[in-house]
Design a protein around this ligand. Sequence first.
Ligand code: MLC
Ligand code: AMP
Length: 505
Amino acid sequence: MSNLYSRLAAEFPANRGRVFAWLADSRSLSYGGVEAESARYANALRELGVGIGDRVAVQVEKSAEMLLLYLGCLRLGAVFLPLNTAYTAGELEYFVGDAEPALLVCDPAAASVISALPAAGSMKVETLDAAGDGTLAELARRASPVFATVARDDNDLAAILYTSGTTGRSKGAMLSHGNLASNAFALRDIWRFAADDVLLHALPIFHTHGLFVATNVMLACGGSMILLPRFEVGEVMATLPRATVMMGVPTFYIRLLGEAGFGRELVSHMRLFISGSAPLAPDVHREFEARTGHAILERYGMTETNMNISNPYDGERIPGTVGLPLPGVEIRIADSATGRVLPQGEVGVIEIRGPNVFKGYWRLPEKTAAEFRDGFFISGDMGRIDQNGYISIVGREKDLIIAGGLNIYPAEVEDVIGALPAVREVAVIGLPHPDLGEAVVAVIVPRDAAFADAAAISDALRDKLARFKQPRMVLFTDELPKNTMGKVQKAELRKHHACLFASRG
Ligand code: MLC
Ligand code: AMP
């Protein structure tokens, strides 16, 4: 079909003065502004030599300008590559080497370190800060507000988002214009988004949730969003009266429930609360409904597939389930060992096929092929379909921890901790955590039995791993539980330490 931007722009309100984003200090960005400013960014990128298919890596604080840069990339046919602001220089070195971006846009404070990365090569580096200023913003300001959006096909790449892997390093998930467009319009329709909606946006915009689910859906309905820099519970409570919809990870809802002043009065005007990226505990769902009268709508997605399954807008939203497949999305449950499709009611790995499913991992055709069966993407999540078609996620086949909606692969953390001289062996596990859902914990067998310095371990990780991947707790032991094959029994460890962090309430 056509460029995602053109398809979204076809839905912009006729009155281009209408607000797309409310920003800090009562400033706002209109739909006319979105058109003109994204054109300026597209022109600025072109002036920097960025062409169709070139990657534009972006590690900047959340701002309206970052979204305009995203739209500028789409319009130019470049590939937007957002990076978590928590990544350290060591982590960036890998992304830069793997993706070979033509341009990297970063905070001014990081520019010299990034320019000096060995992998930087001929990559250009420009800056954008939290206030939307920087060398790239300056270039955009001087550029023309008119740009003829480049034609793109459904299969052409729009973005690459890196996801961590169970083995080896992160893989770049390649998302096409067609992937993102199909999902934006499907979600707009099933969740009944319309031009009078105001979304409270407190998510980061370097992930699928805050970038594609939130932003693309709002552009697709011509509505507005209130762009908060991050989730801060007081600010969110103060902003809720101006919003009609909120999207969040479960931690957002847990933190709201922790506030005495949060209740029916504050949110009676709201149309919808949506949760995803991590399991929403049924007790949180029920407590939220009892306190507010709102049944949170839980949905299920992945970076590789966008959104797949959602509880219904009109029908029953069942706690502990993620609902029904999205229109156009096929879901099946398979035996993870044999690939045999299982009958309804049985537990197996969730497999997904549809226009939302990505084009593969960047420069990893074998890895990509291994993750598909008959055109279905093998999610690595275990699930079951009930007699009414509702799907529950019952666990994960992949060794993955999700803390506050952010994924951490234990293997990556184990590699870094295992390389420390004081460590003989390490197992990294996720334990139930009242605020984050799960928290990262390292269980270490030290080389010297007398060594038990958790602070020294934490210090040693500081510049090697993004903060959210670092263990919340470091434990020491003489021996790790292993099976007869010598494989660490993580389930055993998790059970043993299940109550390390106090539970909610
Ligand atoms: C921050 N920290 C985290 C963390 N976020 N640690 C573990 N897990 C996290 N998620 C670090 C901080 O750097 C800080 O370190 C310390 O933990 C305490 O921070 P905090 O103040 O409690 O955290 P906060 O900044 O409030 O952030 C928590 C959060 C945030 C839950 C609000 O992480 C968040 O917005 N998460 C959303 C993630 C998301 O968008 N996921 C979608 C992925 S897409 P220190 O050293 O300063 O103390 C996807 C597909 C799909 O999954 O289906 O949607
Ligand atoms: P990411 O790779 O960051 O996109 O994370 C995707 C993973 O988040 C999925 O594979 C699931 O394990 C998890 N996830 C997303 N939504 C839900 C949900 N509603 N319930 C349980 N797990 C979820």
